[in-house]
Unconditional design. Sequence first.
Length: 45
Amino acid sequence: MKVIATIEEPTVVKAILTHLGLPAEPLPAVHARAPPTTGEMFEDP
């Protein structure tokens, strides 16, 4: 795949995303968490 153009103006990007019905704002940041322990991986729900 080859990039032939980029859209760098935030207002244009927001307009395109809004027109497509996609979120124009980024998702809120979340804190990282530790990986599950072995016991958590094999528990029945």
